[in-house]
Write a protein that binds this ligand. Structure first.
Ligand code: NAD
Ligand code: UGA
Length: 460
């Protein structure tokens, strides 16, 4: 099989953009084109000012700066990019279905299917088609059917190559992955993709499996990670009533090499575009095979996560004498974790919604999230009118402004800068008693208590 010379990626989002940027950076001989229907997104990827890239990830500006225009291109002409490519990655969104059968659980594959149909319609020579999006197990079968039945007699070989990067650390994860997973049936096609990654990933970290193991492993990896967070969050509630401290428990159990220290940080609940979506999908698949016990087992991870978000909001209300009506609560952070501008499924959205139902007045500061995005997240829930969301919740671009005159501060995202604030000065400007609710166990409890704050953290 001839070496891959041209790669196209359909979908210039959080996965397609960074992943293809690194592939291009490490393979200067391969021309990589990332295409998207969203013109504004492509324009932002092409922005001369690298601070304006549509995805904020530490180190991404340098990677794009190095490869863009050399062998990395962002474009809106999907047909042309399909026609010219030897290998096509599908990296479009696969959200939870919001309608019809499987509503609220199954993955919506309409965007993936549209890509397959477009590839089938446009391609005039053989292609390797790579599933980069996270997909239900056995999707490759459907893709193959679509490609073969509507194509122009072109030979399509399908691979599964799920992505394991985490947001906020995407560039280091891509540069130094624990493993790259490639599932497929065709040895030549597998080898072609292995060679792309072998430009920088040691061979022993490139795992090859059959298609179904690869597709399923992606869902299972996310389910196991999320399960650890829900497990420690469940224990955080027990800590609060028994006098144990959840950080100490995490450390004590994480030292056991069989358990390991990662993903044991109690929080206000996991967010992000994938954990919930992928577990719901796993649950749906298990139910569709009538595996009720399996489905119920994994569903509990989501139930626990919802409980944690509600519990945090309730804790705020209860502690503030059972009413937050008209009270000013400063939200520090809106993103679902630090070092990203992504807010999808962020716990902050649900905590805010709960407090707004009680007519709290929220002022949000997040170093990377825009006011427009925050209102979009709230309006999407449809809990109250857009006017009421804007009346009750304000967004500011200075943390001290958010905190001035506040009854309480709530830490929703673990941004490092929150630790470095002048908390003595903040205390002077806040109402008394001055409450701090730390949903990330981020701040220095001793120091805040010394300054006279009433400090509450998850899990202690
Ligand atoms: P995203 O929404 O950020 O990006 C998807 C892009 O695809 C959008 O810009 C959209 O306009 C584009 N698109 C949709 N249909 C298209 C079409 N027919 N033609 C051209 N462009 C089209 O999504 P994402 O976060 O990059 O996730 C993509 C996939 O990767 C999902 O399946 C997700 O589960 C998976 N994943 C995401 C992450 C993550 O950290 N976000 C990590 C691993 C895997
Ligand atoms: C996660 C996985 O870590 C990636 O491997 C995967 O590729 C990706 O999902 C995906 O498929 O989209 P991501 O959601 O970007 O990555 O970020 P994580 O670091 O996993 O954090 C997810 C959520 O869990 C965040 O809200 C985070 O704050 C929370 N979390 C994480 C905790 O509350 N405690 C922890 O100990 C770890």
């Amino acid at each position: 099989m001839k070496a891959i010379k041209k790669i196209t990626c359909i979908g210039a989002g959080y996965v397609g953009g960074p992943t293809m940027s690194v592939i291009a950076q490490k393979n200067p001989d391969i021309a990589v084109t990332v295409v998207d229907l969203n013109q504004a997104r492509i324009a932002a990827w092409n922005d001369a000012d690298l601070n304006n890239l549509p995805v904020y990830e530490p180190g991404l500006d340098a990677v794009v700066g190095e490869a863009r225009g050399r062998n990395l291109f962002f474009d809106t002409d999907v047909d042309k990019a399909i026609r010219e490519a030897d290998m096509i990655f599908i990296s479009v969104n696969t959200p939870t279905k919001t309608y019809g059968k499987g509503k609220g659980q199954a993955a919506d594959l309409k965007f993936v299917e549209l890509c397959a149909r477009q590839i089938a319609a446009v391609a005039t020579d053989d292609k390797i088609v790579v599933e980069k999006s996270t997909l239900p197990v056995r999707t490759a079968e459907a893709l193959k059917n679509i490609l073969e039945n509507t194509g122009n007699g072109v030979n399509f070989r399908i691979l599964s190559n799920p992505e394991f990067l985490a947001e906020g650390t995407a560039v280091t994860d891509l540069h130094n992955p624990d493993r790259v997973l490639i599932g497929g049936e065709d040895e030549e096609a597998i080898e072609a993709l292995v060679n792309v990654y072998a430009a920088w990933v040691p061979r022993e970290r490139i795992l090859t499996t059959n298609l179904w193991s690869s597709e399923l492993s992606k869902l299972v990896a996310n389910a196991f990670l999320a399960q650890r967070v829900s497990s420690i969050n469940a224990i955080s509630e027990l800590c609060e009533v028994t006098g144990a401290n959840v950080d100490e428990v995490s450390r004590a159990i994480g030292q056991d090499s069989r358990i390991g220290p990662k993903f044991l940080k109690a929080s206000v609940g996991f967010g992000g575009s994938c954990f919930q979506k992928d577990i719901l999908n796993l649950v749906y698949i298990a139910r569709s095979y009538n595996l009720t016990a399996v489905a119920d087992y994994w569903e509990q991870v989501i139930i626990m996560n919802d409980h944690q978000k509600t519990r945090f909001a309730e804790k705020i209300i209860q502690t503030m004498y059972n009413t937050v009506n008209g009270k000013h609560i400063a939200f520090l952070g809106w993103a679902f974790k630090k070092d990203t501008n992504d807010t999808r499924e962020s716990a902050a959205i649900y905590v805010a919604d709960h407090l707004l139902d009680e007519e709290a007045e929220i002022v949000v500061y997040d170093p990377k999230v825009s006011a427009e995005q925050i209102y979009k997240d709230l309006d999407y829930l449809g809990s109250r009118s857009p006017e009421d969301n804007r009346r009750l919740l304000k967004v500011v671009d200075n943390p001290y402004e958010a905190l001035a005159g506040a009854h309480a501060a709530a830490v929703l995202t673990e941004w490092d800068e929150f630790k470095a604030y002048d908390w003595a000065k903040i205390k002077e400007g806040m109402k008394r008693p001055s409450f701090v609710f730390d949903g990330r166990k981020l701040l220095d409890k001793k120091e805040l208590n010394r300054l006279g704050f009433a400090y509450y953290a998850i899990g202690e």
